[in-house]
Design a protein around this ligand. Structure first.
Ligand code: FES
Length: 569
């Protein structure tokens, strides 16, 4: 083992070295607890306002047990918890702030490596972005999915089924009291959303890219096997430091290829497109929307998981989980990619069983032959837009209809349920000024509610288009991430009510049927909306965030020369 980074703090024969040792002893540790030992930072995204991580205090103790067993010194460091349901306007506004916290918490402290504890949507990308930039040996501990929701004799999936029940309640098919009982039943244990939403997707992708023990992401949060896995993660963190196993072993082209193949086979979240591009760019790799479309055309959707299919994460785990899924994709994966175990992905999934062909479909009986996600282009999205084909209505995948434009969320909320709203089942709802800079933070407002007057007529899906994102648990014919966004003069800014919009998922196009001369006139007359923030983090974010097709990271956080180690007086 090369000299420990933490030795600069703890072994220095200086007044400040004396202080560092004194202050660790102040914490109740003895000299033999830390002297000469690898220091493992446990970066925890626990908070009372992140119920998906309610078990993280206990899991941090499990990790510590593993670190002690392996001869390391564990130190727990809290970072921003980013509980998806509570952080407004969107946790995405803070993903890069978590990345900064992760990178700088590791840089400024006497630590040699890290366990990254995350799961709820933005926590995985936030933690990994920072860990990639810092470059210390790091392992990801996925929070695991919560248990299946149970309600009125039915399995209820986070987000997906709540959204469906909400539509029924809004259409008058369910009483207030009935709907309220779902509040107790829908989320009944710690763990992230158990549909194939953003959290299940991103933790699965961390798994496929080798950042977790292979298969760890599928273990339900309350399962005792999740605790066992946490102990093993702690042990492995110490070994990673001794082996000098750094993230650049994992951030390879092969790993990102495997992540995209997995994303498509899962019918995973549209948000993964943005996060993977951001992660690759941090690592200095060139990953773009076309990489997703190319693989989308080749990779079948095998996971029959809501919102695209029928099952939930407990079913997926019992069916063989990520190891089982990956074992059915061996011809499409790069099996030589490295994993955190020090073995290749191929070695990790060799002979992995699948116990249910209903949940993890065989290759000759996929949920879809290809195309879980489609990348659209056209005069409404010259830099791309994303459509989750697997969760859309097949009859709307080729559609032309008149636009009905909303200027932002407040405008949408004020008008969508008005009885005289000029909308029918052919209408294309357009929501603009909700992109990375416009909102700011690109909230999950893209699955706009279908107007009440249409719900009452039994309509459950219409085409929707925005520069926002949508929850990975959501569904419908929803075109997202249109780039460049309206707030910087992107084409969504030029749409007028009644303009014809054409969606064709087969040809991968989203177009406005307005002639170029008229669009030029509108462009010349366009004025940028007033920025919403004059100070603080939101101002920094708005000024520096890049567009969705570049991962919506801050321009100052991109790949570059390593930042210097802190000077120690
Ligand atoms: Fe945490 Fe869905 S709210 S993962």
């Amino acid at each position: 083992m090369t000299k420990l980074r933490s030795a600069r703090w703890f072994e220095a024969p200086t007044r400040m070295g004396h202080t560092h040792r004194q202050r660790i002893l102040q914490g109740g540790f003895e000299r033999q607890d830390f002297a000469g030992k690898p220091v493992v930072a446990i970066l925890s995204t626990w908070s009372d306002l992140n119920p998906c991580h309610a078990h993280f205090r206990e899991r941090a103790e499990d990790v510590k047990r593993g670190v002690w067993e392996a001869g390391g010194f564990p130190v727990e460091i809290p970072v921003m918890a980013l509980g998806e349901p509570f952080v407004k306007p969107t946790a995405m506004l803070y993903r890069s702030l978590l990345a900064i916290q992760t990178e700088e918490s590791l840089r400024c402290h006497p630590v040699d490596g890290a366990v990254l504890m995350g799961g709820c949507d933005k926590t995985m990308p936030g933690l990994l972005l920072g860990a990639i930039s810092m470059g210390l040996p790091s392992i990801f501990l996925p929070s695991g999915p919560m248990l299946t929701g149970r309600w009125r004799g039915q399995a209820m999936g986070s987000g997906t089924d709540t959204a469906k029940a909400f539509l029924d309640w809004k259409a008058g098919l369910m009483s207030d009291a009935e709907f309220a009982t779902l509040e107790e039943a829908g989320a009944r244990s710690p763990g992230h959303c158990m549909t194939m939403g953003t959290a299940s997707t991103m933790t699965a992708l961390a798994d496929a890219m080798g950042w977790s023990p292979t298969g760890a992401s599928s273990i339900p949060a309350p399962d005792s096997r999740h605790r066992h896995m946490a102990v093993r993660v702690g042990r492995r963190a110490v070994e990673l430091i001794r082996e000098d196993f750094r993230p650049d072993r994992l951030t390879t082209k092969a790993a990102f290829h495997n992540a995209i193949v997995t994303l498509m086979a899962l019918g995973g979240s549209t948000n993964a497109v943005i996060h993977l591009i951001a992660l690759a760019r941090r690592a200095g790799l060139d990953l773009g929307l076309d990489d997703f479309d190319r693989l989308s055309r080749k990779v079948p959707v095998l996971a029959d998981m809501r919102p695209s299919g029928r099952f939930l994460m407990e079913d997926f785990f019992e069916a063989g989980g990520m190891r089982g899924l990956l074992s059915r994709l061996t011809d499409l994966l790069d099996l030589d990619a490295m994993t955190i175990s020090g073995r290749t992905l191929g070695a990790e999934i060799a002979d992995a069983p699948v116990w249910s062909d209903d949940v993890i479909r065989p290759r000759n009986r996929p949920l879809r032959d290809s195309g879980g996600l489609a990348i659209l282009r056209g005069n409404l999205a010259p830099d791309g837009a994303v459509l989750k084909v697997s969760a859309a209505s097949p009859e709307l995948l080729k559609h032309a209809g008149p636009a009905l434009v909303f200027e932002g969320w407040a405008d949408f909320a004020a008008r969508i349920d008005t009885p005289d709203l000029p909308a029918d089942e052919n209408t294309v709802l357009v929501l603009r000024n909700c992109g990375p800079k416009g909102a700011p933070g690109m909230p999950e407002w893209g699955m706009m509610q279908v107007p009440k007057k249409l719900l009452e007529r039994g309509v459950r899906d219409i085409v929707r288009l925005s520069d926002a994102r949508m929850s990975g648990t959501h569904f419908g014919t929803v075109v997202l991430h249109a780039a460049p966004e309206a707030a910087i003069g992107g084409p969504l800014a030029l749409i007028h009510d009644g303009d014809m919009i054409e969606l064709d998922a087969e040809t991968r196009t989203i177009s406005l049927r307005v002639d170029a001369a008229e669009l030029d006139r509108r462009r010349a007359a366009w004025r940028a909306p007033e920025p919403k923030h004059a100070r603080g983090w939101a101002k920094i974010y708005t000024d520096r965030v890049e567009q969705a097709d570049r991962g919506a990271d801050l321009d100052v956080l991109g790949h570059g020369p390593a930042s210097p180690e802190p000077e120690i007086n």
